[in-house]
Design a protein around this ligand. Structure first.
Ligand SMILES: [Zn+2]
Ligand SMILES: [Zn+2]
Length: 444
């Protein structure tokens, strides 16, 4: 039997031999971006590649997910490595799709290249002969929480239950046979070393808000109207006033935008629309801030005698990276890229639906360089293919080998005594219960 390091070296050499193919794939997806739950062509490419490498896969999971399964020689735990299929909407990005405006401004194309590269290395070297357990190669839809109205239509027509890919896949049972999940996200932060892992990151709920007033002539008879914009302004001020009650350790972020401010300049605004996320480090902190935001919204309506419709939607759960998996990533990163090229960052205030997975199983969502330009911006691109595409392939494959080599002692050690934050049932109940619609009439 080959040692763990021998298997890892062989896999990395195989990935190097596939370098051109892996980079081509990453570049191809970069210029063929597709938004979440619409990643049909990207999913097809993934399924075809799995097929080429003899990996049986299921397709159309949560609309576009592709799940390939490779069984080890002996039985043991199941480790999933994940790549996200979806792009963003940045229509002025130089590589945006000219008709949809979709663009890969978050590096998910690199995730798929890394996922497929890891698969190639493992298959090419028959590494599974040395592994106990199962490797799942999982291309998942819709990490970016965008096109909310489109997705809500899918919810209303019964095609989805949640607005993100991973909670939907959990709900549908596609993670039921998986024991732990790891992925790697590209970063473009010049101040960070090549690889980094956070302890945790924020979760959030999303809110769609509509103030309803009464139109009237803005010059001739404003006293006959009810100004929905004034109601929204008072609500925004009331939200601002709540900020001193948010505690530092909860890392609350409330960032509303007005998406409709009125109709015509000479008409008292009768309809004003807002959206916001309420983010925080824990579910409790999010719910506390969310209740304060609701109070502030009602206060705006009450002051003006307007109505407010408040729609709350489940977002993503806070992420908690599994400590043992984080350590495994650290060891492999330092091995591949040098001791100084790894850092631990504390809590991050963005959000990912990997947080949902981290509530029900050991999960890992670290970062690797390779990109330049601010995330989600027109300037984001993969500037270093070696780190963007090949590095994650090697790190993912090496972690799989570490976890499942021999009798899968590493994976068993991670599962030993592990208690999930929530059972799947409790998770689904929590997220489903977040759906809430309220109409508050300030004139009653
Ligand atoms: Zn993103
Ligand atoms: Zn992303």
């Amino acid at each position: 039997m080959a040692s763990r390091n021998e298997v890892k070296n062989r896999v990395c050499e195989a990935i190097d031999r596939r370098r051109d193919q892996i980079c081509r794939m990453g570049d191809h997806i970069m210029v063929n971006p597709e938004l979440g739950f619409k990643e049909f062509e990207t999913a097809k490419l993934v399924a075809q590649t799995m097929d080429e490498f003899g990996i049986p896969c299921e397709t159309e999971l949560a609309i576009t997910g592709v799940k390939g399964v490779l069984k080890g020689k002996k039985s043991g735990p199941t480790v999933a490595i994940i790549g996200e299929l979806d792009s963003l909407l940045v229509s002025d990005h130089p590589q945006a799709n000219s008709s949809t405006g979709a663009a890969h401004a978050c590096g998910h194309n690199a995730q798929i290249a890394g996922l497929m590269g890891a698969m190639m290395g493992i298959v090419d070297t028959k590494a599974v002969d040395e592994l106990a357990g199962t490797v799942v190669f999982f291309a998942v839809p819709a990490e970016e929480y965008v096109e909310v109205e489109y997705r809500m239509e899918l919810v209303k027509s019964g095609k989805l239950s949640f607005l993100g890919g991973k909670p939907e896949l959990i709900k549908l049972g596609h993670f039921d046979d998986i024991d732990m999940a790891i992925m790697i996200h590209t970063h473009s932060d010049l101040e960070m070393p090549k690889t980094a892992v956070s302890a945790s990151s924020n979760g959030f709920v999303a809110k769609m808000i509509r103030f309803i007033g009464k139109a009237a002539h803005a010059g001739g008879a404003p006293h006959k109207g009810i100004n929905a914009l004034s109601a929204a302004q008072i609500a925004l001020n009331a939200i601002q006033a709540q900020r001193e009650t948010f505690q530092d350790q909860d890392a609350i972020r409330v960032h509303p935008v007005i998406t409709k401010g009125g109709d015509l300049v000479n008409v008292i605004p009768a309809e004003v629309c807002m959206e916001t996320y309420v983010r925080g480090r824990t579910a409790e902190a999010i719910m506390d801030a969310n209740a304060k935001v609701d109070r502030a919204l009602r206060a705006g309506a009450l002051a003006m005698g307007a109505k407010v419709e408040i729609q709350t939607l489940p977002g993503y759960m806070p992420l908690k990276n599994n400590e043992k998996l984080s350590h495994l990533f650290k060891v492999n990163s330092q091995d591949l890229f040098g001791v100084e090229e790894f850092c631990e960052v504390g809590h991050r205030t963005g959000s990912t639906d990997m947080g949902d997975l981290s509530h029900v199983m050991p999960a890992l969502h670290p970062y690797m360089s390779g990109a330049s330009g601010p995330g989600h911006s027109v300037d984001w691109h993969i500037s270093d293919k070696e780190m963007g595409y090949i590095g994650p392939a090697k790190a993912l494959a090496n972690m799989v080998v570490d976890l499942l080599h021999g009798d899968a002692a590493e994976a068993r050690n991670i599962l030993d005594g592990y208690v999930p934050e929530m059972s799947k049932e409790a998770f689904l109940r929590f997220q489903s219960d977040l759906y809430k619609s309220e109409v508050f009439d300030g004139n009653r």
